[in-house]
Design a protein around this ligand. Structure first.
Ligand code: NAP
Ligand code: G4F
Length: 345
């Protein structure tokens, strides 16, 4: 019997990689898309052309995490074996601007799915897309499953709610409900306003004289960056494990935003020189033009300065480890941008 998966957030970065993984494993994949005035399926459009989707095993439905009726009806109709909840207003800076909407989607959305599972079929397995942002102002270093949370944004606070309601439904109703606590993961399909994609795209365009400047916020924040393709494998493994549990997924390596910029510049052979301090710090090209400038508007009301994870538990029990380091991640992202005609010389 083929397994059926239902993915909330199928049009996002992770939704796209997870769909491909599950289809290759022989699953029937159902995904939830939102109505939008412009097309929002660009990350999954090509899946329809793949040979493994000829037999109608990739099916999309309209729905929304803020609409409990649509969630209940879809789960009842699809009757999945596994639900992956990847849907979220996932931008930390934006969550300060739309805190109520972020909470409705990212916190209550999880509750709506869990409660539908309880009422329709408590045997459905559930994956909750948790985040290293929950560690926020970190209480210990590196962070693992036992590190206390200290969220620093409406986004992170919502994810802490989603984390605990997942545990609560597991403990109260014996639902196979799991939390992945994933550290930052990137790819060519990363949203354009997240810092890695913003940097890679802009530096490739600056190199090809398509753009003059890149504006950034806090370049001293440190992150543990992995590749999304590796991380969706962990999501799947989490739901195949013998018991429902909570798992940290990361690389255990850490770089600052500034180090990331330097690695990208080196990869594309763009010579840059830093000068100045604080808000006046700048990167100059070899002909002394300012190509990177700091802008106050990209700083957050509260920052998460220092994330670095420890994935020993996932390694030991799930036999998971990252296959791609920062260099292969950057190579993958750079190749994609340089092959995009809109960035070409
Ligand atoms: P993403 O690219 O921003 O994708 C988010 C997805 O959620 C999109 O499909 C989006 O649909 C959908 N969505 C947003 N609001 C929705 C709503 N109200 N109802 C239904 N769908 C909605 O995010 P991602 O990077 O793939 O991340 C996947 C999940 O992992 C998110 O929950 C994120 O918070 C979490 N996470 C991400 C990372 C990371 O580094 N990438 C790390 C830890 C945790 P549209 O396409 O229509 O906008
Ligand atoms: O790329 P970012 O926006 O990612 P952030 O805030 O770490 O959140 C991402 O990872 C989380 C996992 O830890 C996910 F849960 C979440 O959904 C999302 O995918 O920012 C990374 C760092 C921050 O410290 C930010 O202040 O880069 C800094 N930064 C500096 N200049 C910038 C910019 N971030 C963005 N987006 N844009 C800038 O211009």
């Amino acid at each position: 019997m083929k397994k059926t998966a239902l993915i909330f957030g199928v049009t996002g970065q992770d939704g796209s990689y997870l769909s491909r993984l599950l289809l290759k494993k022989g699953y029937v994949v159902h995904g939830i898309i939102r109505r939008s005035s412009s097309i929002n399926t660009s990350r999954i459009d090509d899946i329809y052309q793949e040979p493994f989707t000829k037999k109608k095993n990739f099916i999309l439905h309209y729905g929304d995490l803020t609409d409990g009726t649509s969630i209940f009806d879809l789960i009842k109709k699809v009757r999945p074996n596994e639900i992956y909840n990847l849907a979220a207003q996932s931008h930390v800076a934006v969550s300060f601007k739309v805190p109520e909407y972020t909470t409705n989607t990212d916190a209550l959305g999880s509750l709506r799915i869990l409660d539908s599972i309880l009422k329709i079929n408590p045997k459905i397995k559930y994956y909750q897309a948790g985040s290293s942002e929950m560690f926020g102002k970190v209480q210990s270093y590196p962070q693992n499953e036992k590190t206390p949370f200290y969220p620093r944004s409406p986004y992170a606070v919502s994810k802490v709610y989603a984390h605990w309601i997942t545990i609560n439904y597991r403990e109260s109703y014996n639902i196979f409900a799991c939390n992945g606590i994933l550290f930052n993961h990137e790819s060519p399909l990363r949203g354009e306003t997240f810092v890695t994609k913003k940097i890679v795209k802009a530096l490739c365009r600056i190199k090809n004289k398509r753009q003059k400047k890149l504006y950034l916020g806090n370049i001293y924040a440190k992150r543990d960056w992995g590749h999304a393709e590796d991380y969706v494998i962990a999501m799947w493994k989490i739901l195949q494990y013998k018991k429902a549990d909570d798992w940290v997924v990361c690389t255990g390596k850490q770089y600052s935003v500034k180090q990331f910029i330097n690695l990208v510049a080196k990869k594309i052979n763009l010579k840059i020189r830093w000068k100045g301090k604080g808000i006046n710090e700048q990167a100059l090209s070899k002909d002394n033009k300012v190509i990177i400038q700091i802008k106050k508007k990209y700083f957050r009301p509260a920052e998460v300065d220092n994330l670095k994870g420890n994935y020993s538990k996932a390694k030991k029990f799930l036999n998971w480890k990252p296959s791609k380091d920062i260099n292969s991640l950057i190579q993958d992202m750079v190749n994609y941008e340089l092959n995009d005609v809109s960035n070409a010389k």
